[in-house]
Write a protein that binds this ligand. Sequence first.
Ligand code: C5P
Length: 405
Amino acid sequence: MSLQGKKVILCVTGGIAAYKVPVVARGLTELGAQVRVVMTRSATRFVGAQTFAALTGHPVGSELFAAGAEVPHVELARGADLVLVAPATANAIAKVAIGISDDLMSATLLTARCPVLVAPAMHTEMWEHPATRANVATLTERGVHLVGPVSGALSSGDEGPGRMAEPDDIIAAAAAVLSTQQELAGRRFVVTAGGTQEPIDPVRFIGNRSSGRMGIDIAAEAARRGAKVTLVVGPITVPIPGDIDVVKVRTAEEMREAVLERASDADVIIKAAAVADWQADVHAERKLKKADGPPAIHLVPTPDILAELGSDPSLRKDGSVLVGFAAETEPDPAKLAELAEAKRASKGADVIVANDVSSHDSGFEVPTNRAVIASVSGTEDVGLVTKKALAAALVTRVAAALGRS
Ligand code: C5P
């Protein structure tokens, strides 16, 4: 395993586990990474800055405001391949979750656009507190990676979850994040997410319950593996990670325009959006008056963006991979696979992800999905998994298809 040329910012915060982190700094350096250490003031009470400076060959940062013209957190964050926080105290996790930037560590984290890996370490009570649970959920939702904590002896003499992962495991997790990151470097992805809203009048629309989560998890996964990702997204309810370009749209027509404009440059187009199937043939310029009685709304189909891309190769880059979704009310994986294959043929897509939207734990508005992925190399029954795990399975399949083209 080589991390040659990788720039890692190692943020050390004030927990007793900080005494183990020089081993992490040394391990990463030995693998070829260029490690720059940032310490919070309280971290320096547990381990000396000099230790890190000697192990990494670089001075240690701790002050937000330097005497020179450089802005330290901007300089540090720019060009970094990974920010690793070890140990990450409950306080550090809370600051990152909220976006506080009152010291060099937190300002660096707010500035960085690269992957972030966090190794929490704290007493069990703090780890299990609802505030920490919520903060950790916010971080993972944003695409931050976690290693540990593990269960074991804590400095308080207690046993339980909250102990920092061992240095070797932290190094392995950092290497894993850094290596998957490269797989799609130089590739352009266009991902659509969320539902569209088709206006009836200036305040009313036809829409659906899509949260946007599936498309966002796919976009985050592709970005994590080094792709340059544009997310074309309808009105949604979940946050979007920072390292993704976002194009906001509302209607199917707007989504079509945004996707087609970028299609000829894209190596991969993933249509995870729940595009409304119908739109009103005319929409009222002024709000329809209730007193005028129920309006007769005549619906016409929206443009089928996926089918258009699938049927006209001139719209897309040679060798690109086109992925669509099929929302089905079908819990049986074998039948789901048949539906996926049928949709793959009818849309001219390379890959179709068919998901079952008939149960409470799969489909719209929930963090899990039951799905099969159909492509030219066969169908894969992914089963009931988190949308993040389904995103990872899909991106792996897409990366393999790109490798073949
Ligand atoms: O035809 P159906 O709506 O079942 O197909 C779903 C797939 O087609 C999804 O990938 C969705 O994003 C895409 N789609 C589209 N334009 C539409 C309707 C669906 O691109 N108007």
